[in-house]
Design a protein around this ligand. Sequence first.
Ligand SMILES: O=C(COP(=O)(O)O)[C@@H](O)[C@H](O)[C@H](O)[C@H](O)COP(=O)(O)O
Ligand code: MN
Ligand code: MN
Length: 345
Amino acid sequence: MENTLGLEIIEVVEQAAIASAKWMGKGEKNTADQVAVEAMRERMNKIYMRGRIVIGEGERDDAPMLYIGEEVGICTREDAKELCNPDELVEIDIAVDPCEGTNLVAYGQPGSMAVLAISEKGGLFAAPDFYMKKLAAPPAAKGKVDINKSATENLKILSECLDRSIDELVVVVMKRERHNDLIKEIRDAGARVQLISDGDVGAAISCGFAGTNIHALMGIGAAPEGVISAAAMRAMGGHFQGQLIYDPAVVKTGLIGESKEANIERLQSMNITDPDKVYDAHELASGENVLFAACGITSGNLMNGVRFFHGGARTQSLVISSQSKTARFVDTIHMFDQPKTLQLH
Ligand SMILES: O=C(COP(=O)(O)O)[C@@H](O)[C@H](O)[C@H](O)[C@H](O)COP(=O)(O)O
Ligand SMILES: [Mn+2]
Ligand SMILES: [Mn+2]
């Protein structure tokens, strides 16, 4: 699956990040999102592949582009057999979040990225637009921490696995009312909490790399972002577990309807018969090969954001491949017209 696709998807996330970064700090989150979607779609449709969006723009907002079920790539055309070789005709599933952290872009804050994950058909869990309780941790703690255990127990396990005392651990939690008890528990156990307003994909992946000073992600974020995070953690061998949250009373945002019962029915209609199942990274990203790519929009723990100079821009991306077992950081200078200089710093 990888071949040239691994290189082409770098350009997909780069183009989305550049488009969105032009709206950095302008206070217009919808525009920052929309331009990223358009740029991602345009670049994807130039790739010789037969892709289908399984996680994209929300099911409920009638998105015109990169909607769930949309086919992308040259090899989805009717005359594909004449244009594409047999490898390129193999169906692949794609999960996208062209602007992960739209608020972060709009307000010029760190940690936003253009992101996607690819696997064979059926290789990514088609998560509903619900919430997900998440636990991410470094590879050393994989299969040892457990989302069914309390935060206190998991911190003890993490401290053993990472050979650090609990007060040397940092846990990222989204700053939401629903997490007040969790935050208190983590602090009472002796660990430190990094609160984020948005962007839990970046936080989850940061757990996979030593040196980010992030040792776990705990709490509830969006389910589609959970699948994308799981794909990255699956490809790099980190720990990720997710459990769907379908009870509106738990999240209190009013974004997932008013009734738990109606949501259970909706899950059943999607063949999710056990709504409380805990999924690990291999179940959320179950394909034989999983490719993950991200490009920083604003700078974060893992990547620099887009830096414009007169006539061009410099981007930093991350591609993680389960097939080649690589996590590749890619630094690119983009020449828009004929820049007088190709600026390094
Ligand atoms: O921060 C996020 C927003 O993503 P996006 O809309 O693509 O900019 C995600 O990382 C979160 O996972 C998630 O969407 C969030 O927790 C759900 O939002 P909220 O209802 O405010 O808790
Ligand atoms: Mn997102
Ligand atoms: Mn988004």
